[in-house]
Structure formats: structure tokens, C-alpha cells
Write a protein that binds this ligand. Structure first.
Ligand code: NAX
Length: 325
């Protein structure tokens, strides 16, 4: 039997984790013959709820789930983990300003970055989902000098999947017929879902859909999809977010198809004129666990303007929490 792989999930009593944990226990990340140990991190007040989630995990009698570690201590949660899903974050409370939300979450990710630095496996892959995901990932990177920035990414896969699905529906094709989709920038409403390089069954997406639809429907629909789900459900996206987290981590582990790329939030190296040192969603390929930004794409003035807007927002977020690094 294979040696179990250790996976940490933070915010384990929350909505997203309620979908994510059961997918992990079912082998959807690493396959049906890879045992796992789950390390579940929560804050103390959420422990009673987490107890119920753990009971349900046990009641699945999963042949893959060998052990569950439950803790409110990041140093225990991240001990020797190979993969970490940083889902837990503070939601915006009544009267809380965006700046307050940034600061309170920045503190959480500084603590978790330091704990990962101290005890996680040196090859750990850390996927930050908790919002503001890009800036939280940046804080974790800055607080983990013993790890590499390449150990971290933030989740833009839900936006990427939403963009694929919306285009596929418009063109009457399957999601698998869409290739080279790109979502640039911040995981916020300044993100830029870009069809200039996307292909539908090998044809240029923009030769198949009206430009007006791209600008007035596609872009705002993808940008606002989270709000639309929240309005309809009364709760934010959870199952689709868990699905995207597994998708992004799987791609990071197993690689991209040779004919395709995905969108992933990673530390900018200055590509496409984005300030180096921001965590920005780029089109990337992955080979043997290594992520490379797709280079040399033509960026027209329309796209450039949108990249700049998202970059400006990320600079503002970074400046608000700079005191932490
Ligand atoms: P919930 O509020 O249901 O769950 C969050 C959980 O995190 C709670 O149980 C809370 O106790 C826990 N938590 C808070 N501080 C913690 C800490 N310091 N250590 C460990 N756990 C802690 O939120 P949920 O719907 O699960 O969403 C989680 C995060 O994902 C939110 O920040 C949300 O905004 C973000 N999202 C990010 C997405 C993305 O694409 N990047 C999409 C989905 C989602 O909106």
C-alpha cells in the first residue's frame, strides 16, 4: 500500500470545505489508490461544527482516509503537509470596511505563512482560496522565506471555469471544446476574462461571438458570477469553489494538456508589464509541478487597459498590508 499523503485544509468547518473534504476523501485529488491524512484547521469557536463534519467524514468509511487531525494550531495543521488548501478566512462583518477586512485576513495569512515556513514539507503546494485571495497569498509568501514563492498560488480556477462554461454555452459546445481561456488579474470584479486567445473547437473564439457580446455580456457575467450565485442561493459559491480548488491543485500536480493552458494566480515576474511581486492571475502551463507563465501573447490596447485596472487594485491591496512584510 502507498504511504499516506498529508493534506491540510483550513476553514474546515466552513461552506467550501463541506464540499472539498468529501471530494478529497473520495480520492478526487490524488486518485483512488492514494491514501491520505487530512489535517483540519479551524478557530476554537468553530470546533463544535467541525466535530460534526468529522463525524460525517468518518461515516463515509472511505478506504482512502487513513486519519484525521483536528486542531486550532497552524503548527499542528501544517506539520509535514504536502498540500495545503487555505480556505479559511474572516468574512466581512456588519460595518466592516474593505480595509478592515484586508487587515484582519492579512494577519491570518501572516500567521499561516510563518507556520507553513516552520513545519510544512519543503515541496508543499499551498493554494490560497480565502479572500482577498491574491493578497492573502502574497502575505503568506512574504512570511515564509524558507519556502519558495513557487510553493504558493491563489485560486483563479473558479473564474476560469466560469469563463469556459459561459463561452461553451454561447457557442453550443462542451466545456472540453474550449481551450486557452485566460482570466487575468485579481480574484475580484476587476478580473479580466479574456477571449482574445481562446479557441472553440480550434477556431478563434472572437471569430465566433460578436464583439459586443464579449464586452457587454461575457466580461461582466464572469466578473459578477459570484454575486449572482450569492443572490440566488443566499450563500456564496461553495461546491463550485471546492471543485475549482481540486481542479487547480490537480493541474498543479499533474500538469496541463500540451494543447492547453489554465489561469492561476502566481507571483508576477513582471510579465506583460505587471509589477513584479504582485500575485496576479496569468495564463500558465504546468509541467512536472512547475508553473510557467505563457509568454509572447499579443495584448491589444483594450486588454492592456483592463490588466492595468486589476494591477492598480492589487497594488492598493498590497500597500494596505505592507506593514506585514
Ligand atoms: P465560510 O465562512 O463558510 O467558512 C470559513 C471558515 O473559515 C469558517 O468556518 C471560519 O471559522 C474559518 N476560519 C476563520 N478564520 C480562520 C483561521 N484563522 N484559521 C482557520 N480557519 C478560520 O466561508 P466559505 O464560503 O467556506 O469561503 C471561504 C473563503 O473562500 C472566503 O474568504 C470566500 O470569500 C472565499 N472564496 C474564494 C473564491 C475564489 O475563487 N478564490 C470563491 C469562493 C469563495 O467566495
Amino acid at each position: 500500500m502507498k504511504t499516506p499523503i498529508h493534506i491540510a485544509v483550513t476553514g474546515a468547518a466552513g461552506q467550501i470545505s463541506y464540499s472539498l473534504l468529501f471530494r478529497l476523501a473520495a480520492g478526487l485529488l490524488l486518485g483512488p489508490d492514494q491514501p491520505i491524512v487530512l489535517h483540519l484547521l479551524e478557530i476554537a469557536p468553530a470546533m463544535p461544527i467541525l466535530k460534526g463534519v468529522v463525524m460525517e467524514l468518518q461515516d463515509c468509511a472511505s478506504p482512502l482516509l487513513h486519519r484525521i487531525v483536528v486542531t486550532d494550531d497552524p503548527l499542528v495543521a501544517f506539520k509535514n503537509v504536502d498540500y495545503a488548501f487555505l480556505v479559511g478566512a474572516r468574512p466581512r462583518g456588519p460595518g466592516m470596511l474593505r480595509k478592515d477586512l484586508l487587515e484582519v485576513n492579512a494577519e491570518i495569512f501572516a500567521v499561516q505563512g510563518r507556520a507553513l515556513d516552520a513545519v510544512a514539507s519543503r515541496g508543499v503546494k499551498v493554494l490560497v482560496t480565502g479572500n482577498p485571495a491574491n493578497t492573502n497569498a502574497l502575505i503568506a509568501i512574504k512570511n515564509a522565506p524558507g519556502l519558495k514563492p513557487e510553493n504558493f498560488s491563489c485560486m483563479s480556477r473558479l473564474d476560469h471555469n466560469r469563463a469556459i462554461s459561459h463561452l461553451a454555452e454561447k457557442c453550443g459546445v462542451l466545456a472540453t471544446d474550449i481551450k486557452n481561456m485566460t482570466v487575468w488579474g485579481n480574484h475580484s470584479c476587476t478580473q479580466y476574462p479574456d477571449l482574445h486567445h481562446a479557441k472553440v473547437k480550434g477556431q478563434d473564439a472572437l471569430s465566433l461571438v460578436p464583439k459586443k457580446w464579449f464586452i457587454e455580456d461575457f466580461i461582466p457575467t464572469v466578473q459578477q458570477r459570484g454575486t449572482e450565485v450569492l443572490t440566488a442561493r443566499g450563500q456564496s459559491s461553495a461546491a463550485s469553489a471546492a471543485n475549482a480548488a481540486i481542479d487547480q491543485m490537480r493541474t498543479w500536480i499533474f500538469g496541463t494538456d500540451t494543447s492547453d493552458w489554465v489561469s492561476m494566480g502566481i507571483l508576477s515576474d513582471g510579465s506583460y508589464g505587471i509589477e513584479a511581486g504582485l500575485v496576479f492571475s496569468y495564463p500558465v502551463t504546468v509541467l512536472n509541478g512547475e508553473v510557467s507563465i505563457v509568454k509572447g501573447l499579443d495584448i491589444n490596447e483594450f486588454s492592456l487597459q483592463r490588466l492595468r485596472v486589476s494591477e492598480a487594485e492589487l497594488k492598493e491591496e498590497r500597500d494596505a498590508v505592507r506593514y506585514l512584510f
